[in-house]
Each structure stands twice: as C-alpha cells, then as structure tokens.
Design a protein around this ligand. Structure first.
Ligand code: ADE
Length: 236
C-alpha cells in the first residue's frame, strides 16, 4: 500500500453528512490511496451517559455552546497522526475561502476540520488547537449555515480536486473559473444547432488562435459583467 498523499480528518456530530464524499472523484481518490479521509463522530470522545457535547453559555444568551472537553481529547488523538496538522474550523466569522485558499490547503499533508454546531464552540478550543496544530477559521461566504458540515464538504471538494492524481487530466483544472482570476469561458457540444440556437461560428472554424482569442474575450466580458470585483482585485 502506497502512503496516502493527504490525510483529512473531520470531527462532526453529524458524520453521515459526509457519506456523499465516497462518490465520484473523491471516492476514487480514497480507493486509490491518494486521499485518506476519516470522518469521526465527536460524541466518540464524550464519557457521560448522554454523550453530551453542548452546554448553556456563561454570561447568558440564546442557544447552547459546544463544550471544550470532547474537542480537546479528539484533537489530542487526531493530531498525533502528523507533525503539525492544519486545523480548520468553518465559521462565518473566519477569513473567506477562495481558490487560493484551496490551493494552499491542498499542499498540506494533514488537515483536520472541526465542525461546530449550535451557537459555536467554546473559545478556548481554538486557543488549545493552536498548540497542537495551525488553526484557521474559514468562512464559505457572508451568510449563515446551521453548522460547519456543509462548509467542510464544499472545502474538501475544492481542496481534494487539487491534490495531484485526483483529477485525471490536470489540464482541466487550469481552464476553470477562478484559476486565473477570471470566470470560465462558455462551453458547447453537439448538436451545432439546438432549438434555433447556433454554436458560435469561431468554435467550428478549426482556427485555434482565433478560438483562444475568442475564449479570452468571453472570459473578460463575463467577468466584467458578472463579477467586476474580480477585475479590480487583479489591479491591486
Ligand atoms: N458555519 C455557519 N455558517 C458558516 C459559513 N458561512 N461558513 C463556514 N462555516 C459556517
């Protein structure tokens, strides 16, 4: 058995959310030993009859807070698998996840995702985690989800496909939205006429230089129209 290139551990009180990650490319990557994905139930590190993971907030307020103890024991155990893991807590209060974040995280040998629920995790967990690894609080975007699970799945998919060997043809990674800071050009396939809509002539011309120019123009035009913020970022 070849050593796995990247190990990803997930801590969640809803591990079955992640069943979908056995499908498709990431499933194949796990079968091939390129990706070692371990989804663990945080309640496995509780030691009371009710397997309690939350409690009322000090200082009062609505909702419940995740207790620190299960996180501490779980992180101690998982962190031993590598020298210094990157420990990611999805949070709407974190830095925003981008393709650049995915590229950075895809180079790490060991990632641990800690999925919070309820009103969040006791703050001391983040401080403690920083003593056993490098902590990152990462947001999927400026909106609130019910917990970190869906954000973690999105991040694992974005990171996983950048791990060498996961996507069969690495060229297909290069020409995608966000890889060069622009949105992707439009794609067409057969038939060349469908419901009175024709495929642009240039794509049928066989003129590769003209096709490349047209695609670049389309990328710029779409980005200017849909995401002008991306063009101004390029000037920065
Ligand atoms: N948990 C709740 N909302 C989130 C968000 N927007 N990104 C990451 N994790 C979250």
């Amino acid at each position: 058995m070849i050593a796995a290139a990247v190990r990803i551990d997930v801590l969640s009180i809803f591990p079955s959310y992640f069943d979908g990650l056995t499908l498709s490319l990431l499933g194949k990557a796990q079968d091939a030993g390129i990706l070692d994905l371990n989804v663990r139930d945080l309640r496995d590190w509780t030691y009371d009859r009710h397997r309690t993971v939350d409690d009322t907030p000090y200082g009062g307020g609505a909702g419940m807070v995740m207790k620190p103890e299960p996180w501490g024991v779980a992180l101690d155990e998982l962190a031993t698998a590598s020298e210094r893991p990157t420990i990611i807590f999805p949070s709407p209060a974190g830095e925003v996840f981008t393709q650049a974040t995915a590229r950075d995280l895809a180079t790490r040998e060991h990632l641990i995702f800690g999925c919070g629920r309820y009103e969040g995790i006791d703050e001391r967990v983040f401080e403690y985690a920083d003593t056993v690894g490098e902590v990152r609080l990462i947001s999927l975007g400026d909106y609130v989800l019910n917990g970190g699970e869906v954000a973690t799945m999105a991040m694992i998919e974005a990171i996983g496909r950048l791990i060498p060997g996961v996507v069969g043809n690495p060229e297909s990674l290069v020409e995608e939205s966000h890889e060069d800071g622009l949105l992707e050009y439009p794609s067409y396939t057969k038939p060349s006429m469908w419901r009175d809509r024709a495929v642009p002539d240039v794509l049928l011309s066989g003129n590769h230089a003209a096709i490349a120019t047209w695609r670049r123009e389309q990328q710029l035009e779409r980005t200017a129209r849909r995401r002008p913020d991306l063009l101004s970022e390029q000037d920065d």
